[in-house]
Design a protein around this ligand. Structure first.
Ligand code: ADP
Length: 164
């Protein structure tokens, strides 16, 4: 059984993440998308909300599980008995950090290999933080995120900025 874990904050999931999810699901028997509980990042969506959105936007993929975790991705991958950690690479700016993490993780768990998928060009610029920034200032994010995320962000921002 080839199993991979794709960890991330997914706050919120973007079309760039979804592209990596769809492509990596084809490479393995089971893909676990693992949502990091990271209080330091002051997320827009709670872990439960992020898991729910991810489940909705991946409902057509049969070999996928959405889970949440806290702590180190590599420990979570080991607990899941995964052979691979999936990460996405957008630009050279991702590379330095990702290489450092992959090398560190290999020392901690040599049985888990990190696999990088390079972003599809149309999503190379895309990040969750850009999406939040655009949405916060009232911009159209429908080209950057799946439809359920557009609605979820709208209601989240309405909650945060109640009409006077
Ligand atoms: P993290 O906090 O772990 O960086 P993110 O949710 O921002 O969590 O990203 C999770 C993974 O997805 C990372 O490997 C990141 O490089 C990758 N990723 C993010 N956006 C894109 C994109 N547009 N194309 C490809 N990979 C991406």
């Amino acid at each position: 059984m080839k199993r991979a874990v794709y960890p991330g904050s997914f706050d919120p999931v973007t079309l760039g993440h979804l592209d990596v999810i769809k492509r990596s699901a084809k490479l393995v028997d089971e893909l676990i998308v693992a949502v990091l509980q990271n209080n330091k990042k002051n997320p827009l969506f709670s872990v439960e909300e992020r898991v729910k959105i991810l489940k909705e936007v991946t409902k057509d993929i049969s070999n996928i599980r959405i889970e949440s975790f806290s702590g180190l991705s590599i420990d979570f991958a080991q607990r899941c008995e995964a052979g691979f950690l999936v990460r996405g690479l957008r630009a050279i700016t991702d590379f330095d950090y990702e290489l450092q993490m992959a090398q560190t993780n290999r020392i901690m768990a040599p049985e888990v290999d990190t696999v990088f998928l390079t972003t599809s060009l149309e999503y190379a610029y895309l990040s969750s933080s850009t999406v939040k920034e655009v949405a916060f200032y009232g911009g159209d994010i429908s080209k950057f995120v799946p439809e359920p995320v557009v609605r979820a962000i709208e209601s989240k921002l309405a909650e945060r900025q109640p009409m006077k």
